[in-house]
Design a protein. Structure first.
Length: 143
């Protein structure tokens, strides 16, 4: 019996994001509630703050990740993780998610990822409460 020829696997480009389509769908999914909520707040005249804070904090996050990765390569002083998490908590998590993939930075450190995804979950819960429960769920905690 003749064996089928085995095709060599292509070498992946080190700069390419793996599973790009899946990650784009995930990104769109986690950004859906915050985008919808910020747009609803803006159009209702409630507040313009989320529509400005999310993009601004995301740009700051991308810069911080880029700078930290650059400094990691040259063994220079690094950006403290608590600063990265603080910017993510203030609304920069979408930019941080993009930067993690684009720069391949902080993607393998489990303790960092656990805190990062907890921050994303906090934002999802907030927007779910605002959009679905009209703020009655979390609002009761602070009364």
């Amino acid at each position: 019996m003749r064996q089928a020829a085995v095709k060599p696997r292509p070498v992946q480009d080190r700069g390419a994001v793996q599973y790009l389509k899946l990650k784009l769908w995930l990104f769109a999914g986690v950004c859906l509630l915050p985008s919808w909520g910020a747009l609803q707040m803006l159009l209702s005249g409630h507040s313009w703050l989320p529509a400005v804070v999310y993009p601004t904090a995301s740009l700051l996050s991308v810069f911080l990740y880029w700078n930290d990765k650059r400094k990691a390569r040259s063994n220079a002083w690094r950006t403290p993780e608590k600063w990265l998490h603080a910017v993510e908590l203030c609304g920069g998590w979408p930019g941080a998610l993009v930067a993690q993939q684009a720069f391949r930075h902080k993607t393998r450190k489990l303790s960092y990822q656990a805190i990062f995804w907890a921050i994303v979950a906090v934002h999802q819960v907030f927007w779910l409460d605002y959009l679905v429960l009209a703020g009655r769920g979390l609002g009761r905690l602070f009364q």
